[in-house]
Design a protein around this ligand. Structure first.
Ligand SMILES: Nc1nc2c(ncn2[C@@H]2O[C@H](COP(=O)(O)OP(=O)(O)OP(=O)(O)O)[C@@H](O)[C@H]2O)c(=O)[nH]1
Ligand SMILES: [Mg+2]
Length: 192
C-alpha cells in the first residue's frame, strides 16, 4: 500500500453525527472549491463521483449552484471541502463572479470530446484570474473513457497556462483520477 497524507471520512452529514468535540486539537479548516467550465463537461458528475461514488448517464443541467461538503484529514489537519458545483457556461449563461467569492481553489473542467469546451475554458479562466488573482487551479480534461472521440490533444490546452502537475485526465464514469484531482487541489489549498 502506498503512503498517502489523506484520510477521507465521508461527507459532512455523516461526520457531524460522530463528532467528538474534545478530540479536536485544531479547528477544522474550511476550503471552498469552485467547479467551473462549459455546460455538460461533467462538473456535476465529477462531484457526484467524488462525494457519493456514483455515476449516471442522465444529464440534468445545473441551474445556479449546488454545494456539497466532504470532510477529510490532510497531514493531521481536519479539512472540510465546500464544493461549489456552478452552472455551466453556454450562450445563455455567463459565469457569475459572485459565485467565486471566497474560493480557495478552482477545478476548471473541459470535455475532451468537445473542442468548444476548451475555448469556453479560456474565457472562464480569464474571468477567474480577473476576480481571484492567482489561486490554486487545476485543469480536468474529462470523459477519458471516450478518448477515441477526443477533438484535441493535451498540447492544445497549453494556452490555459496550467502546469502539467495540475492537469488531470479524468473520467467521472470510470473514476479515473477523480480522487487524485481532489487530493491535489486540497494539497495546494492547505499548503498555500
Ligand atoms: N462518458 C462519460 N460521460 C460523462 C462523464 N462525465 C459526465 N458525463 C456525462 O455528460 C453529461 C453531462 O454531465 P454533467 O455532470 O451533468 O455536466 P455538467 O458540466 O455538470 O453540466 P451543466 O450543469 O449543464 O454545466 C451527462 O450525460 C453525464 O453522464 C465521463 O467522464 N464520461
Ligand atoms: Mg452540472
Amino acid at each position: 500500500m502506498t503512503w498517502s497524507p489523506f484520510q477521507v471520512s465521508g461527507n459532512a452529514e455523516h461526520e457531524s453525527r460522530s463528532f467528538i468535540p474534545n478530540k479536536r486539537l485544531l479547528p477544522m479548516m474550511n476550503k471552498k472549491i469552485c467547479m467551473v467550465g462549459a455546460f455538460a463537461v461533467g462538473k456535476t458528475s465529477l462531484v457526484k463521483r467524488y462525494v457519493e461514488s456514483l455515476f449516471s448517464e442522465k444529464y440534468h443541467t445545473t441551474i445556479g449552484v449546488k454545494i456539497d461538503k466532504k470532510n477529510l484529514t490532510y497531514q493531521n489537519k481536519d479539512v472540510q471541502l465546500m464544493i461549489w458545483d456552478i452552472e455551466g457556461v453556454d450562450i445563455f449563461t455567463d459565469l457569475k463572479p459572485s459565485y467565486l467569492r471566497g474560493a480557495s481553489g478552482i477545478l476548471l473542467v473541459i470535455d475532451g470530446t468537445r473542442s468548444k469546451s476548451l475555448e469556453t475554458a479560456k474565457q472562464v479562466k480569464q474571468l477567474v484570474d480577473d476576480n481571484l488573482g492567482k489561486i490554486p487551479t487545476l485543469l480536468l480534461i474529462n470523459k477519458s473513457d471516450l478518448r477515441e472521440s477526443w477533438q484535441f490533444s493535451e498540447d492544445d490546452t497549453k494556452s490555459l497556462a496550467i502546469s502539467e502537475n495540475n492537469t488531470f485526465i479524468t473520467s467521472a464514469k470510470t473514476d479515473q483520477n477523480v480522487e487524485r484531482a481532489f487530493e491535489r487541489i486540497t494539497h495546494l489549498m492547505v499548503e498555500d
